[in-house]
Design a binder for this molecule. Structure first.
Ligand code: TXT
Length: 410
């Protein structure tokens, strides 16, 4: 069991007494994991923590990914209703830290064996020299493909955008199915094509906006061409559901996705036989190949009335053993180096594929504004894919929005 820190008075006004080092009180945890596939695993692990700390009551609250960020900011700002612990997406963490909403964790029981965390995962938890969260999962993206359809069409997995078009054409001819479902309502699905043209959204080292560089315009042309050529299909809304159901029902041969989608994908008719799911690197563009880095951290609300139990909970939820259990049950990638030598992780095929992908994933700038780059981008990205604007106009409009957001950037 996790020994609480022995310092401090036995009885605290906030009801979290630590007599004889025992933790007590309530820890409210906002989890953003996917309901129906991930949430039950995380809920069960939280209950295991309660068994180790009978006087602690973990109030598990599942808050949808699309709502949690603003919900937390509103609650933290108003000083009421914020949880003790939040599952803070990698881009939310620097923003929450900058706003003063997160408790620094250096030197607390929440952050044990800090050098055991992958450096890419730890990067999003550091802000102004302090650590404001503990990495829980790290992820990136790859091509998910249906081996049966590929076999039927007699094609190999594409390694470039050009091959993606050729392969999709052949799949259409041989099976009548569309090659790729390209998610059109979430700009995260644009990034690997942007990186493939040698572009990026911004360059934090020179404080310059780069999304409207020629590489950015080219990438917008690439994704437009995938849809216009019939290689890919897309939707302006309900992208997650449409992408997952098209792939799970065998209506498309490929999607681009990450480890967080594996549990849901395996529930599809096409993947009852898990061996039918193949995963491969995202296709290279004309200049480069690269996938974005994502993931989630656990952070403690600066205004928590039960810091001691919250620290212990975060440590438990991100421990080597817990990470190995999450990999075993959900195929998610650990953030602790030590977890990668746990038996359940060593043999995991999804981890085997995504570990090198994560290690070479394109680093994002962990500045407070980094998460805010997606809303203006998705507006233009969706319009390009649905023929409502041109690649040139979309890139320029996005760049202009970024220059308003990033004061003083070129
Ligand atoms: C627009 C958003 O832009 C950015 O988000 C980026 C994000 O930065 C990228 O990294 C990437 O995230 C990956 C993610 O890394 C990857 O793990 C996975 O996550 C899985 C979980 O694995 C799965 O367990 C489950 O949770 O489900 C998760 C999601 O499936 O997939 C994610 C990609 O989906 O892509 C995000 C963009 O989507 C902003 O950060 C905001 O989120 C912003 N939304 C705000 C917008 C506000 C109004 O404007 C609104 O008022 C606000 O309330 C909204 O918050």
């Amino acid at each position: 069991a996790l020994a609480a820190t022995a310092c401090g008075s036995d009885d605290k006004s906030d009801g979290s007494s630590k007599s004889s080092g025992e933790l007590s009180g309530t820890v409210t945890w906002w989890d953003t994991s996917t309901v129906g596939s991930e949430d039950k695993v995380f809920k069960k692990i939280a209950e295991d923590f309660e068994k180790q700390h009978p006087k602690v009551d973990v109030k598990y609250v599942n808050v949808p990914f699309g709502e949690a960020q603003n919900k937390f900011k509103n609650a933290a700002q108003s000083g009421s209703g914020a949880p003790d612990v939040i599952r803070s997406e990698v881009a939310w963490t620097p923003e929450f830290a900058d706003l003063g909403y997160l408790a620094p964790l250096d030197g607390t029981p929440a952050l044990q064996k800090a050098d055991d965390f992958l450096k890419q995962a730890a990067a999003s938890t550091k802000y102004n020299g302090k650590t404001y969260a503990v990495p829980q999962v790290i992820d990136s993206m790859g091509i998910f493909y249906n081996k049966k359809i590929f076999k039927e069409a007699g094609v190999e997995v594409p390694t470039t955008v050009d091959q993606l078009k050729t392969v999709s054409k052949k799949i259409k001819e041989k099976t009548g199915k569309t090659g790729l479902y390209l998610r059109g309502d979430d700009a995260y699905w644009f990034l690997s094509f942007l990186y493939g043209e040698g572009g990026d959204l911004v360059d934090a080292s020179t404080k310059s906006v780069t999304v409207d560089n020629p590489e950015g315009v080219k990438a917008m042309k690439v994704v437009k061409d995938l849809v216009d050529s019939g290689a890919a299909k897309t939707d302006a809304t309900d992208g997650w559901e449409n992408m997952q159901s098209s792939f799970k029902d065998g209506k498309v041969a490929m999607i681009i996705n990450g480890p967080w989608a594996v549990a849901d994908t395996y529930a599809g008719t096409e993947f009852k036989d898990k061996a039918n799911l193949g995963v491969a690197p995202v296709p290279a563009g004309s200049a480069a190949q690269g996938a974005p880095q994502g993931g989630h951290n656990l952070a403690v609300y600066a205004g928590s009335k039960n810091l001691d139990a919250s620290y212990a909970f975060v440590d438990y939820m991100t421990s080597t053993k817990t990470q190995a259990q999450v990999t075993k049950e959900l195929n998610l990638l650990p953030t602790r180096t030590s977890a990668y030598s746990e038996e359940a992780v060593v043999d995991n095929e999804i981890v085997g594929f995504f570990k090198p992908v994560v290690e070479t994933a394109v680093e994002r700038p962990w500045i407070p504004e980094t998460g805010s780059l997606f809303a203006p981008l998705v507006t233009e990205y969706t319009k390009v894919l649905t023929g409502q604007t041109t690649p040139e106009k979309a890139a320029k409009a996005t760049g202009d929005s970024y220059r308003k957001l990033l004061k003083g950037w070129k």
